[in-house]
Design a protein around this ligand. Sequence first.
Ligand code: G3P
Ligand code: CA
Length: 280
Amino acid sequence: HAPQHPIQAEHALQVVAHRGASEDAPEHTLAAYRKAIEDGADALECDVRLTADGHLVCVHDRRVNRTSNGRGAVSALELADLAALDFGSWKTREAWRGRDEEPDWEHPPEDPAATSVLTLERLLSLVADAGRRVELAIETKHPTRWAGQVEERLLLLLQRFGLAAPGSAADSPVRIMSFSARSLQRVHAAAPALPTVHLTQFASPRLRDGRLPAGVRIAGPSIRIVRNHPAYVERLKDAGHQVHVWTVNEPEDVALCVGLGVDAIITNRPRAVLRQLGRV
Ligand code: G3P
Ligand code: CA
């Protein structure tokens, strides 16, 4: 990337680490989230799924095949099965692809934080111990398969950490995101003060008109929607909604989001974005 002059946002703009600092470390590992906190991210994004024995784990895909040395659907595996897998080495292989040198496979890094499955509970503890305010944007993945169980478990866990009933949505350090409006409505019914974010991948008449599903306060359009339809952001903001955009990795997209006054940028490269914003 060409060096850029820092651009100053004139409004509060959150930098959210997508799956942790996932450009530098294997996504959804403790190492990726520690790095994001070190980098200065304002918030952490994570996807959650339920294991066969009812644990919430931070895994993006339905199956573990891409990000581990195992195979199969998360929903068919127990936490102990996932704990036996290596969730980090795929990233090392990816980093070495196309280089001349051979990676040192005989002595791979043995950092469990960079190779173990991460439970949502562990991530909540990390945030609680961060020593500064770090917000959490938790995405429920394909929750319809479980008829409400993902949301139920999620709210129980948040309750245990004292996070399910914030004084007001504006003060809440946790927000729930989903492509499923039904999932957000379940959350809203059970925990009305928790902010919810409706994620959308494609432009729709609803977004065009600046509207969100009932009970949802925050729009989560893809950067593609924002590039193609910048006026939607203005309309959503005029309607009193916040706008959180994903996944924003390119400097020109960061600049676009700043210019449009979006409220949060969800990125794999929190450090680079903070640098572009002149914050580090
Ligand atoms: O932050 C929203 C974004 O993560 C949604 O897409 O596929 O990366 O979960 P995905
Ligand atoms: Ca996600």
